[in-house]
Design a protein around this ligand. Structure first.
Ligand SMILES: O=C(O)CCC(=O)C(=O)O
Ligand SMILES: [Fe+2]
Length: 195
């Protein structure tokens, strides 16, 4: 069993914000970064929306990242390694914390230089199906682009280094992505409970 799983869960239980370095191996994060770079070069990344799926807005004043949804159907060997890792993590989380996660969704995210995502909650509905937010960073070089997470009057900044993962409850913690001065790459997703 990956020790990073327990480190991520323990830090979540202690502070409401789980973080762990090397959730993704160096090799896997490098391959995933290559994939997102290729998708970007091919023009396959889309402007991300906000709000629910029925009413997707593309408001560049709120967020300016670009995304690409991951799916096992794409049959990419590294993306499937990522999904295998997530399957092991969800199984471990459910068996140790009785979280009842039944699904997930993940997308690649690219913040071009100058991009950001203003303060928000990932799940603003009482009964939304997004239970936990989870982000894995793919960048070797970082300049700006911290993830700022708010709790009460306090906030903490998380530097988006390659391999690091962040994990928190989707309907509890407001957060924002500060302006990045270099391209910033990640996989962003949600662990879901039945709706
Ligand atoms: O990339 C991050 O650090 C956070 C992204 C985020 O908040 C989101 O996509 O909802
Ligand atoms: Fe978010």
């Amino acid at each position: 069993m990956e020790i990073t799983f327990d480190e991520l869960i323990d830090s979540y239980l202690a502070t409401n914000v789980g973080t762990v370095k090397n959730f993704l191996s160096k090799a896997l994060s490098a391959h995933l970064a290559d994939n997102i770079t290729a998708l970007y070069a091919d023009g396959l990344l889309l402007s991300a929306g906000t709000g629910n799926d029925l009413l997707v807005k593309h408001d560049k004043r709120i967020r300016s990242d670009k995304i690409y949804w991951l799916d096992r159907i794409h049959n990419n060997v590294y993306e499937n390694d990522f999904f295998d890792l997530m399957d092991r993590f969800v199984k471990h989380l459910n068996s140790t914390c009785y979280t009842g996660i039944t699904g997930y969704e993940f997308h690649y995210t690219l913040y071009e230089k100058g991009s950001f995502y203003k303060r928000h909650l990932d799940n603003f509905k009482q009964n939304g199906t997004r239970a936990f937010s989870m982000i894995m960073y793919l960048n070797n070089e970082v300049d700006g682009g911290a993830l700022r997470i708010y709790q009460g009057n306090a906030s903490q900044d998380i530097t988006p280094n390659a391999g690091k993962s962040v994990f928190f409850k989707s309907n509890e913690l407001e957060h924002e992505v500060l302006v990045t001065h270099l391209p910033r790459m990640s996989i962003t997703g949600w662990l879901k409970i039945a709706g």
